[in-house]
Design a protein around this ligand. Structure first.
Ligand code: GLU
Length: 479
């Protein structure tokens, strides 16, 4: 086996640029446009003090805007001690490409605050979040038409509602204030289905992949998701929902769950819900009864399985372990989990990688629906739902009348009436929109993947689609 340990691993930002370069080299862009698309437009660093526990604590935060070819720019805000400028810029770049690929009309942005949220009480976190939001909002780095954050690692509905409220306090007459951030709770301007959207998107991405048997064969797999062995790294919001849906709805077996304090493995499949409860109660996987505990959790990335889902942080599959990865199919639920060097190694091994910018785009897609809902000030389905039901009722009544009048005795099959009569509510519409988005984006990547001789993997295909769209948007602006 080749030893890759002597090779130098580039940083996250460089890794994203290397992947971009591999794709852009295949395109014939006008001179200079390539660089314009690649570079990060601006990164704002803020250091602010908050009075806490009898003293003043200083925090460092960032909001990076990668590309404003479309506005607002969009991307989450991460709370983690590992946050730094290089990471925020890499993540902002990925947002640009992701939004272009799934056709959400946004440029790319990302924010981060260097903080371990677990070290603070809820009221302290609220103070810190509001202060960070204030610093960003006063520079239009939170704004319904300029820059719309969302949840990311370490943040969720709670933080988003604080941010929305802070913006509202600063812009009391802005009728669109609620659209300044997405991922808000349903009762505070959010949308049904946003919390699980990224995990749901991972599931829909796999559905679409498995709908294409030739692609499945390229990963040396066959059949459907049913019975496939899945290893998931990170049982946070994304990993938990992806694993849960794949197991409960598609019959996949979750044979490994990797967390911060170790991993759980079981050939017969883990109960995702039970493991999730255990982690919530005990802070980690250790001690969970119905599985084997592995202390060196990351070693389970190298376990035999059919589908590997890294769903936590960047860089977990790198030059150090790529050659030992056995999964024939990797779906990147996290942003940047495979480094550029690891990507080269895995490609040579014939591993199929469903890339992050597509695989985890469910979050921003449903964020887009939420933003549209906020701007239109009306819940999806409110106007049509009952009208749709009434029209379906007409057909059912007519069929029943025909059956009676003609004496055929035909009856509608059990369950049909209930299902058919129920008009689509917000959740059904969100799911339908997300499913459609994931199918369409997959097909656009697939066309490039199979349609061009110089494209041999899905990641380059995804970049090619994204870059072409961004380039035409610049061209339309006369650049
Ligand atoms: N943080 C998520 C991502 O990386 C969601 C971004 C959004 O909804 O704007 O895609």
């Amino acid at each position: 086996m080749t030893d890759h340990s002597a090779l130098k691993e580039p940083g996250f930002r460089e890794s994203v640029d290397l992947m971009f370069n591999r794709a852009v080299g295949l395109l014939d862009l006008s001179p200079g446009l390539e660089e314009k698309i690649r570079v990060c437009n601006a990164t704002y660093t803020v250091r602010f003090g908050v009075r806490l526990r009898g003293g003043i604590r200083t925090f460092t935060g960032y909001r990076s805007v990668h590309s404003e070819h479309m506005e607002p720019v969009k991307g989450g805000i991460r709370f983690a001690t590992t946050v730094n400028q290089n990471e925020v810029e890499a993540l902002a770049a990925l947002m640009t490409y992701k939004c272009a690929l799934v056709e959400t009309p946004f440029g790319g942005s990302k924010g981060g605050l260097c903080i371990d949220p677990r070290e603070y009480e809820e009221h302290e976190l609220e103070q810190i979040t509001r202060r960070f939001a204030y610093e960003l909002a006063k520079r239009d780095l939170i704004h319904p038409s300029q820059n719309v954050p969302a949840p990311d690692m370490g943040t969720g509905e709670r933080e988003m509602s604080w941010i929305a409220d802070q913006y509202r306090r600063m812009n009391t007459t802005d009728i669109n204030a609620n659209a300044c951030v997405t991922g808000k709770p349903a009762h505070a301007g959010g949308i049904q289905g946003r919390v699980e959207a990224t995990g749901r998107g991972v599931q829909y991405a796999l559905h679409e992949f498995f709908r294409n048997p030739e692609d499945v064969a390229l990963a040396n797999l066959k059949g459907k998701l049913d019975g496939k062995r899945v290893v998931v790294q990170g049982l946070g919001n994304v990993g938990y929902h992806a694993a849960k849906f794949l197991n409960e709805e598609d019959g996949a077996l979750v044979t490994g769950i990797i967390e911060r304090d170790g991993a759980l493995v079981s050939d017969k499949g883990l109960d995702v819900e039970a493991v999730h409860h255990w982690i919530t109660a005990h802070g980690g996987v250790k001690g969970y009864a119905d599985a084997t505990y592995v202390e060196n959790g990351l070693s389970v990335l190298e376990a035999e399985c059919d589908i590997l889902i890294p769903a936590a942080v960047e860089g977990v599959i790198n030059l150090g372990n790529a050659a030992r990865i056995k999964a024939p199919l990797i779906i990147e639920a996290a942003n940047g989990p495979v480094t550029a060097g690891a990507d080269d190694i895995l490609r040579q091994k014939g591993v199929v990688i469903i890339p992050d910018m597509y695989a985890n785009a469910g979050g921003v897609t449903v964020s887009y629906f939420e933003w549209v809902k906020n701007l239109s000030h009306i819940r999806f389905g409110r106007m049509q739902r009952r009208q749709e039901e009434a029209r379906h009722q007409l057909i059912v009544d007519e069929l029943e009348r025909l059956s009676k009048d003609t004496g055929t005795g035909w009856t509608l099959s059990p369950g049909f009436k209930d299902k058919y009569l129920r008009g689509a509510g917000e959740l059904e519409l969100v799911r339908s929109g997300l499913d459609d988005t994931m199918r369409a984006a997959y097909q656009s990547m697939r066309e490039v993947w199979h349609g061009r001789d110089d494209v041999t993997d899905l990641r380059v295909a995804a970049y090619v689609v994204a870059i072409q769209r961004i380039a035409s948007s610049y061209r339309a602006k006369g650049l």
